[in-house]
Unconditional design. Structure first.
Length: 151
């Protein structure tokens, strides 16, 4: 099941871009939106559309629709959005134009962002067992060596 929740942009915070400072030696200041919840957890797209219609007087770029599989994940996505990181949200304009995030994409993003997985484990490549898969890997390797694929 997918849950929906609406957040409003309540202010623009000034943020220093540390990466820009380190690479260019100069300070880069950017504006980043700060989002706060303006709805409870919703379980149906119909309820979400009704809520967005009620907020029709607010500029659509000041409204974001968040998607998650639980209330805990929803709060994590809001925190990520406020930190300028990837989240499972779209602007109200994008949502009303038909952009949706399906259940599989939401769960995949939550899994990839979770701390449960051990991302520090080294990966050891082994060739596949079937000849067809081995030939496909060999063809990719040859394209890579010829410079036809980027690393």
């Amino acid at each position: 099941m997918i849950y929906y929740r609406v957040a409003f942009c309540v202010e623009q915070a000034t943020v220093e871009n540390i990466e820009h400072i380190q690479s260019h030696g100069s300070q880069a200041i950017t504006q980043q939106a700060v989002w706060k919840w303006r709805s409870t957890l919703l379980t149906s797209p119909h309820a979400l559309f009704t809520l967005l219609r009620a907020y029709s007087y607010i500029p659509k770029d000041n409204i974001r629709v968040f998607f998650a599989s639980s209330e805990t994940e929803m709060d994590d996505m809001l925190a990520r959005q406020n930190a300028g990181q990837i989240s499972s949200s779209v602007s109200a304009d994008q949502f009303l134009a038909g952009k949706r995030i399906n259940t599989i994409d939401v769960k995949r993003l939550e899994f990839e962002l979770s701390m449960e997985a051990d991302h520090d484990e080294p990966y050891t490549f082994t060739l596949p067992m079937s000849i067809a898969e081995r030939m496909a890997w060999t063809a990719l390797l040859q394209k890579r060596q010829r410079g036809e694929l980027e690393s």
